[in-house]
Ligand binder design. Sequence first.
Ligand code: 3PG
Length: 306
Amino acid sequence: MAKILVATDKPFAAIAVKGIREVAESAGMELVLLEKYTEKSQLLDAVKDVDAIIIRSDIIDKEVLDAAKQVKIVVRAGAGYDNVDLDATTANGIVVMNTPGQNSNAVAELVFGMLVYGARSFFNGASGWELKGKKLGILAYGNVGRNVARIAKGFDMDLYAYDAYTPAAAIEKDGVKPVASTKELFETCQIVSLHIPATAETKGSINFELMNSMPKNAIVINTARKEVIDEAGLTKMFEERPDFKYISDIKPAIDAEFAAKYADRYFSTPKKMGAQTAEANINAGIAAARQIVDFIQNGNEQFRVN
Ligand code: 3PG
């Protein structure tokens, strides 16, 4: 009987786990759960005798893969798979998939929750400003970026986007103005929402020069990955631009320092919350389970990323 391990440091909602179990068991497979683990050794132990693994932002490195002797497939229930060592999985003959789009509405909704919080002075009593009519720049127009645009229209915002891989016409079709570069997006927009993956190309790419080119009362909102921000540049922004705010769903390494020094201009969630809704957990978790069943039973490799 094939065994599927759900290894989630940050657990799915119980209802999502129930759904994942139903998919696995109705396909004649066994489901094993490892939630809220605190030591890597627990993960190393849990992967030993399973055929498939479902993870979230859990780190799957060479050591884990070497311990996972029977594993044929790892599915990241979510979008970004920078937490999986793709070279090592490929070397071990393991298929890696993600579940694109399944949690993107949840992330996009959080953007607006945090944006209103930031624009309203983190509810500290000081007068803030409204989103209506403000220029919002969406950096990368993928599944999350498109949902951000859809919701932003309800706030009557003026929308801009840059995406190196999406044709301008596809962006324009949504009533969003495509710009020619990341530079132009930052120069144009008072608010920039980041939706780029963490890759060799994007890591550290959001630097001081870009952020400092933003108009007055700028907000950068990051629900993507902390690695895309140049933290030295971010520190300089806080020092040199008293009008600048940074709002994040992935704590920068210098979170404590920012929180202490810039409480009225900085906020980060204590734990990444973007995809942490029952709906997103159900969508991504069940999609992951179905992809595993379809791969094991039929060899379907749709959504393979390695
Ligand atoms: C993703 O890449 O899908 C999001 O960052 C969500 O990550 P999480 O599943 O760890 O919350």
